[in-house]
Write a new protein. Structure first.
Lengths: 216, 318
């Protein structure tokens, strides 16, 4: 992975692994309709409001950061999204009540996140629900969003993958997950590990937790 | 909200013609020509692979092939001595007759009223010519004679079964004489050179085609040995998807980056409560299912606050 030439501002674009899979399907699912911005790689502790040269230099250390090229793995990019909130916001929404998920083979669990600091509420479930993304869908025999009843949620729940190591995304206020019973995925290992990312659809709050499947 | 939908005018599709030198060296002209002893030993009666460097070099790639075609099967060994006229050279002749003329009863007539029974074929490697050859860029010097296509001299383009056909003439950069030395076929990346014309031309001294019956005269190697320089460009149509990302001043000014907030969600720097700043490094392109289809990285962080708007153009090539 190389650094990008930053002598001029350029945009280096690639398709993700998921994008290539959907393009290969040719079923119309490869259609760009929306975008999000992220600040992966930025370390805000470098922001210096005490800079002796004044406010124009507070972000000097960040603005000179050389950026890496894009990763094609969709689970390794767009981690920290920028969000639109009213000016004067002092606390940003965060997702609580979700920690490491550990399941035995074939075990089911419902995961119901809550959002703190959103619209002045301490704990709230977002009206438009959450986006749940598992980085490697092979570890789950069931991965279904519940609580949001619209066409989009239904379509996402019904999407099947090709048995390859790609992500799957669903939406809902809760996630029902059942771990895989397929032994061959484990090989010589006693557990499989991937990641589960939860993003608030209204707030943009995000959390990624490890998802571990233990072989029985 | 973290996602913003594109408007219809934010996504534009454009098709652009891209031209480039054919050769993997990146240079417009190839002056070093090498063969593979392994390939030559096995297949020289059919074709000779031509590399830009010694074939054992890690970066050696086949640039083009040379074949010899003969209607009567001369110049190569017969498949079966008791079956006259059936040899690798007649196989190659039939192959290009089908490909270029499309009619088994047609003959190659490079110059009016003269049927050409034998010719050389220069077939450019597909990965090198990409989609098609660019007329007007073909300059081949062989045995002291410089040949080009006549694309700049003709006003009406001729077509055969293999697409556009230009005459190969003595000259440079798409313009030259009127006598044809063969055909330049840009749509199939192929050049046919009339063997008889090369042999009889007083300028071209090094190609001496031999047409023995039932004998391998290694004619392809004769043309190879006469090569001096070869200039050629490819042409490819690239379909690009231009995506315009428009960010208004009031949008995307806060970040949920863990280094920007404390564990309880408070902004790390009080200064940012009234003057929030975010630094854009990535643009994610999503479908309606929230699948991340494409990712664009900026070369340097872009400051975003309530006083700034951003317009980013992302180009996706297919």
């Amino acid at each position: 992975m190389a650094y990008l030439d930053n002598s001029v501002v350029t945009v280096d674009a690639i398709l993700t692994k998921k994008g290539r899979e959907l393009m290969a399907r040719g079923d119309g699912s490869f259609q760009i309709t929306q975008f999000a911005l992220a600040d992966d790689e930025i370390d805000y502790t470098l922001f210096n409001p005490s800079h002796p040269s004044g406010s124009a230099y507070y972000g000097e250390a960040i603005e000179n950061l050389p950026l890496l090229e894009a990763f094609p793995d969709e689970s390794q990019v767009m981690k920290y999204k920028l969000t639109t909130l009213p000016r004067g916001t002092a606390r940003l929404p965060i997702i609580a009540s979700v920690s490491n998920v550990v399941l035995k083979q074939g075990q089911s669990q419902a995961i119901t996140p809550e959002t703190l600091n959103y619209l002045g509420n301490n704990n709230t479930t977002e009206n438009n629900g959450y986006i749940f993304t598992v980085a490697d869908v092979r570890v789950a025999s069931l991965f279904t969003g519940v609580g949001i009843n619209n066409d989009e949620a239904t379509r996402l729940n019904n999407i099947t993958t090709l048995g390859t190591n790609v992500s799957k995304t669903v939406i809902g206020t809760s996630l029902n997950i059942t771990s895989t019973t397929v032994n061959t995925l484990f090989g010589d290992r006693t557990q499989l590990t991937t990641s589960l990312t939860i993003i608030g659809r209204d707030s943009g709050a995000r959390v990624t937790v490890p998802l571990t499947i233990k072989k029985v | 909200m973290s996602f913003k939908r594109f408007d219809a005018e934010d996504i534009a599709i454009s098709a652009d013609a891209i031209t480039a030198p054919v050769w993997s060296t990146g240079a417009p002209t190839l002056t070093t020509f090498k063969t593979s002893s392994i390939q030559y030993a096995a297949k020289n009666q059919y074709h000779v692979n031509v590399f830009q460097s010694t074939f054992t070099d890690p970066d050696a790639e086949v640039q083009f092939d040379i074949s010899y075609a003969d209607k009567l099967g001369k110049g190569t060994s017969l498949y079966n001595p008791s079956v006259a006229g059936k040899s690798p050279s007649s196989t190659i002749y039939g192959q290009y007759r089908s490909l270029v003329l499309g009619d088994e009863d047609s003959d190659f007539v490079f110059n009016a009223d003269t049927i050409s029974e034998n010719f050389y074929v220069i077939s450019i490697n597909r990965s090198r010519f990409k989609e098609k050859l660019l007329p007007g860029t073909f300059n081949l010097t062989v045995g002291g004679l410089t040949l080009t296509d006549n694309s700049k001299d003709v006003t009406v383009v001729s077509y055969k079964d293999s697409g556009r056909v230009y005459n190969v003439v003595a000259g440079t950069n798409g313009s030259g004489g009127t006598e044809s030395y063969g055909w330049f076929l840009p749509d199939i990346g192929t050049i046919l050179l009339d063997a008889t014309k090369l042999d009889t031309d007083s300028t071209c001294t090094m190609v001496d085609t031999v047409r023995d019956l039932n004998f391998n005269n290694t004619n392809s190697k004769k043309l190879f040995d006469a090569l001096e320089s070869f200039q050629l460009n490819s042409e490819e149509t690239i379909t690009s998807n231009y995506v315009f990302v428009r960010v208004r001043n009031s949008e995307f000014n806060y970040s949920v980056n863990p280094s920007n907030i404390t564990g309880s969600g408070d902004l790390r720097h009080d200064y940012m409560i009234d003057a929030p700043q975010a630094y854009v490094t990535s643009v994610g392109l999503y479908n309606d299912n929230n699948d991340l289809l494409g990712i664009a990285k900026l070369s340097k962080p872009l400051v975003k606050d309530f006083t700034k708007e951003a317009l980013l153009r992302i180009k996706l090539d297919f």
